[in-house]
Ligand binder design. Structure first.
Ligand SMILES: Nc1ncnc2c1ncn2[C@@H]1O[C@H](COP(=O)(O)OP(=O)(O)OP(=O)(O)O)[C@@H](O)[C@H]1O
Ligand SMILES: [Mg+2]
Length: 809
């Protein structure tokens, strides 16, 4: 291929040297143009074959065959020509060069055909398709084609990027290449440009109109200036009002105050409305996904998918309104310059354009690693600030302000250094590109001036050309730098596609009806469950809670108690057996009706960073202030709230950090009071509450649980001693069940736990333990003194549980 390229270059040189040596000699225009055109084709063809690790041979084979056929035809025609002018010894030079080219292309075609045949017989044609994708499976690095190569260094996409790129590579392969891949985003077109929205359609029409008119005015404006120049240079003294007026009109109409503002408005409108639709699509989908998704996915990545949902819009806009017009502009420019002067000049520009884009690509690739280092250091620098500011107290405890300042300063210094490293490299690229355009511009001007001097073209053409130059340069710039932007936009879009492709594991069945809760009877029938098939969490749980009963779960930490409540709340679907509420299988009713009928106080309640009133109202949006206060009174938090300077209007901080653990739990309880559900689930709701408050809450719970089915998980056994049924869960199995006294009688696990807790009362070692966070890894919350108090104040002794109280005493 290099030989073919060399042959074309040799032919051009031959024509050039002959016309220099012999003033009267005129190189055959068509032959020279053909050579230049072919060089333009063979340069990318050769370089792509030389740089590709594994080639896609079909197009090369086609090119070789075509080259051979054309060369044979031209050689035959030239050969006949020689017969007429045998006296000219130079004429056969192009013929000889052509023959060499022809022979070369024949060899290449044969070679390519052998390769193709052997490939097909070896592995089948599919293998070839893979090669262009860069075989992501082999290196696991999704190095699939020229576009993402650069992107792998891109700033924003390093951490969670690998996974998304692997998925992109997979889809790329499924779609059969880049074209199919980009086309697969077309399913989003209705969201970006919905047909039923006439405003968007109108804006789209205006944008397309502007796109076309922009191409026309790009030509008309410099042309008009050329016309004015020609009139002025023709020696007339008349003011060309009409032409100047037209020129001014074109400028205005094409400018920002004319069509530009309409286009910008239309663009903004389309962007905003697409942003709304796509973001809501992503957000709506995300919020309906089940808990397994939310607990396994990196929330930052998911947020990115929603936040950058508009990147899909940018992707389509970029293709429609950036890349296509640039290509159009290039073709128009070539044609127009040919009309203005000569096709040779169009070739100068074309070669320059190619080199410009290539240099842009090379320099960007070269500077990318440095850009990455720069961004990494910037991130470290930011992390240092965030980390030390959020850990200000720790820094102060150890008096490490000077140490942290030094650390931060050295981070800043290394960031600045890496910025220079990156900056000078990209600056180099710009400088080389600028040098190239200056050279090409000078060459074009020299060529144009020589034509004007020889009287072939009017001077106005030069003015038009100079004015037009700027119009030609900006698309080139876009071309050489947009691929990086395109690839990062593709990653964003891919992230969104992946999010939308994720199916919720818990969703409404096809004929799902609303849950109707009457008595509130809950049944677990041989329930089995695992988060991960390799580890079973619940093994064959059976239980029946009649309407209005209180069921307590106790047991060792990690035994699966919270999981039981999550299953009941249908955060997950059981993997075996079933859960029934009043005879209705949870999987056959709508998710929303289940969540409406059940109230849950989670183990780790979280609040929104809003006022306390807003947070409590979240349970029932139409609740009045009085109802909110009643709920808070019932949860024994009202007095605390009114003691805050801003009362119910106090902001609770992110996730409720400005409240104590006990206050947080009571607000969560107040929410359930306000929601007033028929079935209540309490997950260690009272673990962080002191004994006095606990006794108040116990009273409130009694009120709340009256007539409602209640499931309670408590590590402090004293709080659940009066439950209708206590269920002891151990390693996912129900090992004991019964009332408090029954279980004590059995003398099993429950009795053991109970003894451990109550023994704390008398054991000096235990009572000395600080708040009893963990004891033997069995119980989280053993607060013997408090238990003692609570036992006295909860009034359990009046409920016939005298034995427990007795035993403790
Ligand atoms: N989202 C999850 N994905 C995978 N495993 C989980 C998940 N949530 C809990 N587990 C595991 O399931 C088991 C039971 O957890 P669960 O929260 O039900 O325990 P628990 O009895 O409520 O414990 P504790 O008393 O400490 O609250 C634990 O081994 C835990 O590691
Ligand atoms: Mg738990």
């Amino acid at each position: 291929m290099l030989a073919i390229l060399a042959c074309y270059l040799a032919e051009v040189l031959y024509y050039f040297s002959r016309s220099m040596a012999d003033g009267e000699y005129q190189a055959p225009h068509h032959a020279a143009i053909r050579c230049l055109g072919m060089i333009l084709i063979w340069i990318p063809l050769t370089s792509s074959l030389l740089t590709a690790e594994t080639a896609h041979w079909h197009p090369y084979f086609g090119a070789f065959v075509l080259q051979f056929s054309f060369e044979t035809i031209t050689c035959l025609m030239r050969g006949r020509g020689i017969g007429l002018s045998q006296d000219n010894r130079y004429t056969n030079v192009p013929l000889a060069i052509g023959a060499v080219r022809g022979f070369n292309s024949l060899l290449l075609a044969i070679d390519a055909s052998f390769i193709l045949v052997s490939r097909v017989s070896e592995k089948g044609a599919d293998e070839e398709g893979q090669s262009l994708l860069g075989a992501p499976q082999q290196n696991g690095n999704a190095d699939y084609g020229s576009i993402p190569q650069s992107d792998s260094d891109d700033e924003e996409f390093q951490d969670g990027n690998k996974e998304i790129k692997e998925q992109q590579a997979k889809r790329l392969e499924e779609q059969g290449g880049w074209f199919g891949y980009i086309k697969s985003f077309a399913i989003f077109l209705p969201y970006l440009f919905p047909r039923h929205d006439w405003r968007v359609m109108l804006c789209l029409f205006l944008r397309l109109l502007n796109l076309l008119s922009g191409r026309v005015f790009n030509l008309l404006t410099p042309r008009q200036l050329g016309i004015i120049t020609n009139k002025l240079s023709s020696g007339t003294n008349v003011m060309p009002w009409k032409d100047v007026g037209l020129w001014a009109f074109y400028n205005w109409f094409h400018g920002y105050s004319g069509l530009g503002i309409v286009d910008s408005f239309a663009d903004t409108y389309i962007r905003n409305s697409a942003f709304e639709r796509i973001t809501m699509l992503a957000y709506g989908h995300l919020m309906t996904l089940s808990m397994d998704f939310h607990t396994t996915k990196d929330s930052g990545e998911v947020l990115k998918a929603v936040e950058q949902a508009s990147s899909l819009n940018q992707l389509i806009e970029m293709v429609l309104f950036d890349i296509i017009p640039v290509l159009l502009d290039m073709f128009i420019a070539m044609a127009y310059v040919t009309v203005l002067f000569d096709s040779y000049m169009a070739f100068i520009i074309m070669f320059m354009g190619l080199a410009y884009v290539w240099i842009g690509f090379k320099f960007t690739t070269w500077s990318q690693p440095h850009r990455r280092t720069y961004v990494e250091r910037q991130r470290t620098e930011n992390n240092t600030v965030t980390e030390t500011i959020t850990n200000w107290a720790t820094v102060a405890y150890f008096n490490r302000v000077p140490f942290e300042s030094d650390r931060y300063r050295s981070n800043i210094k290394s960031t600045i250094w890496s910025h220079y490293q990156y900056f000078f490299r990209s600056l180099g690229g710009h400088a080389v590109q600028d040098l190239l355009t200056t050279l090409a511009f000078s060459a074009c001007c020299i060529f144009a001036i020589s034509q004007i001097i020889s009287g072939k073209k009017p001077v106005g053409n030069l003015v038009t050309f100079i004015m037009y130059w700027g119009t030609m340069m900006s698309p080139l710039y876009t071309m050489s730098y947009s691929y990086r932007y395109l690839s990062s936009t593709l990653i964003d879009a891919e992230r969104l596609v992946q999010l939308l492709n994720t199916k919720s594991t818990v969703s409404d069945a096809e004929n799902a009806r609303d849950l109707v809760v009457k008595a509130g009877k809950v049944e677990f029938k041989n329930v089995q469950f695992f988060y991960d098939p390799r580890k079973e969490i619940i093994r064959g749980a059976n239980l029946v809670a009649e309407g209005g009963q209180t069921i307590a779960f106790v047991g060792e930490t990690g035994g699966g108690k919270s999981t039981m409540l999550k299953l009941l709340f249908r955060f997950y679907d059981v993997t075996g057996g079933s859960i029934m509420i009043d005879g209705q299988d949870l999987r056959s009713v709508t998710l929303s009706s289940v969540r409406e009928a059940l109230g849950l106080v989670p183990q780790d309640p979280a609040l929104f960073n809003q006022t306390i009133r807003q947070n409590v109202r979240y349970a029932r949006l139409d609740a009045s202030d009085a109802e909110i206060e009643d709920a808070c009174r019932a949860a024994a938090i009202h007095d605390d709230i009114v003691s805050f300077p801003d009362g119910y209007n106090s902001k609770v901080g992110e996730r409720g950090v400005r409240l104590s653990g006990g206050q947080l739990q009571r607000i969560a309880i107040a929410r359930v009071f306000l929601k007033n559900p028929k079935i209540v689930l309490l997950d260690e709701a009272t673990s962080a509450i002191d004994s006095t408050i606990e006794s108040q809450i116990q009273g409130a719970f009694k009120k709340l649980s009256a007539g409602r089915t209640t499931f309670v998980i408590a590590h402090r056994l004293s709080t659940i001693a009066d439950a209708n049924m206590i269920i002891v869960v151990d390693k996912g199995e129900i090992i004991e069940r019964g009332t408090h006294s029954e279980l004590l009688e059995i003398g099993g696990k429950y009795a053991e736990l109970w003894t451990k807790q109550t023994a704390g009362n008398t054991s000096p070692a235990d009572s000395n333990s600080t708040n009893g966070d963990v004891n033997d890894g069995v119980l989280i919350d053993i607060t013997p003194d408090e238990d003692d108090d609570s036992a006295k104040t909860t009034g359990r002794s009046q409920d016939g549980n005298n034995d427990s109280v007795e035993r403790r005493r």
